[in-house]
Write a protein that binds this ligand. Structure first.
Ligand code: SF4
Ligand code: SF4
Ligand code: FES
Length: 244
């Protein structure tokens, strides 16, 4: 990686729910990502800094942090795009408990996927042939629109309704539910729609769009939630909302 020259002034959250920002100076380099900056601090300046990453190529979803006040995946966020003035403030994601420094506890986030009935329930066994779903079918297209979610938590961190109502299932879990509602092989939609139709479900979304604006995979949870609202309403009118 060639040196671009200059120094970045970086403030990094240190602590748990209480703590403070600590300042570091990091050499600026060409094609440098925010994750590169955090890694430099941990490897060259302060080995006690806690942060999380795995793939470095935008697939695992583990590296998300708040960068200059906005949730982002840090391995695909170039410093040049977010720190034109040479300053970075890096903090843990919002709306999740902080384990330490830049590491958040993702358990509440994934618990909500379970509450939204976000697991596939089919009927085939490993001895059966694959079920074929036509790529051009409208339901398949709806499912495809949300299937690439990497579970990074950026949308969840950006959602004001999660901040106001910690019980709210949030955009990622609801996007997952909508993906499964449109999966022709799945058999659990009655229970799934009941799970997302409650007070903390899709009807709590205020359609502020932050989730769709921030998702690094260009997924639109807002559209998924609108679909869930329609499907849950139709199921209610049919008297077809099963037990969670
Ligand atoms: S559109 Fe709904 S889920 Fe998305 S950020 Fe806004 S309130 Fe949250
Ligand atoms: S919907 Fe987008 S922002 Fe939300 S968890 Fe999935 S990939 Fe991340
Ligand atoms: S490290 Fe895997 S998505 Fe960033």
């Amino acid at each position: 990686m060639a040196a671009a020259g200059g120094t970045l002034k970086v403030s990094v959250w240190r602590g748990v729910e209480t703590g403070r920002f600590q300042d570091y100076e990091v050499p600026r380099r060409e094609s440098q990502t925010v994750l590169d900056v955090v890694t430099h601090i941990q490897r060259a300046i302060d080995p006690t800094l806690a942060y999380r990453f795995a793939c470095r190529v935008g697939m695992c979803g583990s590296c998300a942090m708040n960068v200059n006040g906005r949730a982002r995946w840090t391995c695909r966020t170039h410093v040049d795009k977010v720190a034109a003035d040479g300053r970075l403030e890096i903090a843990p994601l919002s709306n999740l408990p902080v384990v330490r420094d830049l590491v958040t506890d993702m358990v509440p986030f994934f618990d909500k996927w379970a509450k939204a009935h976000g697991r596939f329930e089919g009927t085939r066994t490993r001895r059966d042939d694959f079920e074929r779903v036509p790529p051009s079918s409208p339901a398949r297209r709806q499912a495809d629109a949300g299937i690439e979610c990497i579970g990074c938590g950026v949308c969840y961190s950006a959602c004001d309704v999660v901040s106001w109502n910690p019980a709210y299932l949030g955009p990622a879990a609801l996007n997952r539910a909508w993906t499964l509602v449109n999966d022709a092989r799945d058999t659990a939609n009655r229970a799934r729609l009941a799970a997302v139709a409650g007070d903390a479900g899709c009807h709590a979304c205020h359609t502020h769009m932050s989730c769709s604006e921030r998702c690094p995979k260009q997924i639109a949870p807002t559209a998924a939630i609108a679909g869930l609202k329609r499907a849950a309403m139709a199921a209610a009118l049919r008297g077809d909302l099963g037990d969670e």
